[in-house]
Design a protein around this ligand. Sequence first.
Ligand code: 39S
Ligand code: ZN
Length: 779
Amino acid sequence: MAITHNLGFPRIGARRELKFALESYWKGESSLDALKAVGAQLRARHWEDQAGLDLVPVGDFAFYDQMLDMSFTLGNLPERVQGFEGDALDNYFRVARGRSAPEADARARCGGVAAGEMTKWLDTNYHYIVPEFTADTTFRLDASRLLAQLEEARAQGVGAKPVIIGPVTYLALGKSKDGADRLALLDRLLPVYGELLNTLAAHGVEWVQIDEPILVTELDAPWRHAFEDAYHTLKSVPVKLLLATYFGELQDQRYLVANLPVAGLHIDAINGRDDITPLLNLLPSGKVLSLGVINGRNIWKTDLNGVLDWLEPIQAQLGERLWIAPSCSLLHVPVDLDSERKLDGEIQSWLAFARQKLEELRILATALNQGREAVRAELDANRAAIEARRHSPRVNNPTVKAAIAGIDAGMGRRRSPYAERAIRQAARLQLPKFPTTTIGSFPQTSEIRVARRRFKAGEIDAAAYQEIMHGEIARCVREQEALGLDVLVHGEAERNDMVEYFGEQLDGYVFSQFGWVQSYGSRCVKPPILFGDISRPRPMTVDWISHAQSLTDKPMKGMLTGPVTLLNWSFVRDDQPRAVSCRQLALAIREEVLDLEKAGVGIIQIDEAALREGLPLRRSQWQDYLDWAVESFRVTANGVGDETQIHTHMCYSEFNDIIESIAAMDADVITIETSRSDMELLDAFDRFKYPNEIGPGVYDIHSPNIPTKAHMVDLMTKAAARIPAERLWVNPDCGLKTRQWGEVIPALTRMVAAAKTLRAAHPASSAASKPAAPLAAGS
Ligand SMILES: Nc1nc2c(c(=O)[nH]1)N[C@@H](CNc1ccc(C(=O)N[C@@H](CCC(=O)N[C@@H](CCC(=O)N[C@@H](CCC(=O)O)C(=O)O)C(=O)O)C(=O)O)cc1)CN2
Ligand SMILES: [Zn+2]
């Protein structure tokens, strides 16, 4: 009997119930008890959805983040929140979101609680709260959350399998605050894991899933040894451990993993398929092998017959020791395809969301356990859907294929080198030194969202919607002029999201109504579905940007999302290489760039916020990705004339190891997130002698805190020590859409004041560094 199980279920709720409950509680509109009740309802519903499985995950539910849950379970709370008197969940939210200080304290830059740092979970668009360590970190078990959820699951009668993050991944994905070696903490950490596992055993648990996804990254010797140490230490605990890896291949860590003293392994059979045959030979007899045969990162139906062809011989070899599951937690896919009412019917028949994926798992298990005949109708229907998608004329567009074949290197090359372009652009734009700008979005107010909802529901027509958006754009332009910003933006009011908005307008994409996926905390995205060859039927942003430009004499920056980011934040077809889809996106966005230029837009920003997260988990595969990603950006951006200034923006990035590729993009200006790292991220640009202009973000837009002018001047002074002042811009870290106007106005007022101070402090251009900037003298 092949056992079926699941690694994790989306917790936000099919109708984003958790999001609304959280935000309501944070606003003070509902009680903590009400929030906890919603959590319990969602857990119950999700176990119900999974009740057909032999084992369901327990502990995968989190009110904010599973990594932060683990930190609380291990008693690893940052010192700044220790000794909190109230409800533990409130303290948890203090770490997750920070707590701004009362007005007076804020001015003194003290009081309040800084939020924990947030970063991307491996190569996904999910963000976790980074565990913090120092040399003095100690751990203390708090199993209450897991035990309470275990009891709930038991009461519901499901086969409960607690899920925890493994000790080595927990250390590896955390951050040392004082430079101390994280691995030195392993000896202190393992007894707490031991205690946790013993406690679970005492509560009747048989299997525990212990996630160690860093096993699919390249590990150096000390980290490999840590795995040996950890699992040999834990080997005597009276529960069976299912060590889970996902998202990639073990490669040369296969032997290590196969021989760790655990009762079972879970392997991602989609992204780590090549591991399976060698592992079958390495695996000691008696060990369970769980194969993740259903893609937990994508929304396409599984080819069930194909999987069975592959699995049946493995089952013959492993017998009872074969388990099957999705490849990873289903956190990364939407909940229920059956909610969709407006999806194209043909395309809907090619898809599976979380609930449908579990049904696929059931069919596979029945076929393995009772023979394919027992699910003949389901298998035939699945085959028909897979075949229909494979042969659908809607997927292939010969014109697009021909255009891709016609891409040549010249398309990705600017006419002149940066130094020459800079002169022409300076003459055209007449900007002061330390020019100020923003990253694109301004607050997405509830008026904007309600108007869009009403428009989509047919309650207001396109003209009325356009009028409301024009009103928002006008307000945004007015505010920026009053602030004295140098390069304005239209504010992105008309966009639900920087990726979905373009997905809605490009051919080759469909989008869902309820396909929400958690990005962090209560924030979700609805990744559009790239199913076919991509083309642009008509201009997408030109009217909005031209309208915004008509309202001001200041330069208005056109705003686009780049091909790599569209790719990395969409659900992408799996029937051709991603590089090919990326090139198609590049050609479509290139047309938009050229249309904006034709409309007289002098500055065009092409966001590539997700460029870095698309990096393969293994460095050995980086260059191949970077080559096509950078080439796609170049094809998108570099068809413009010298006078047109191209900006790009990247957040959440570390640049040291990819700086050459960043430079190869050849954007005239790059704006990046740097404020939280105290400008350290600029070291890469400095060392590499990055030749073009840079806007290192001077304030953290993720926090409601209003930065002080002095702090921003200080940060820019640090920046100017690394990058010649002539090539520096002043801007926030990222877009302002999640902030309120009441936060944005004072923050930008101070930012503009900081730029003025900087101009006064750097009056003359130093000869050292500028390409040649006749008009760069400060105002
Ligand atoms: N795709 C993507 N990934 C990204 C980012 C990003 O901007 N986009 N930024 C980084 C951080 N991640 C983020 C992810 C989401 C949000 C975010 O603000 N999401 C919004 C949803 C945005 C959206 O699609 N909004 C729609 C739908 C809004 C909505 O919920 N409408 C209500 C009604 C409106 C109301 O009553 O308020 C409804 O339909 O029920 C719209 O504006 O049209 C949210 O969760 O609240 C922010 C940052 C990294 N990854
Ligand atoms: Zn950003």
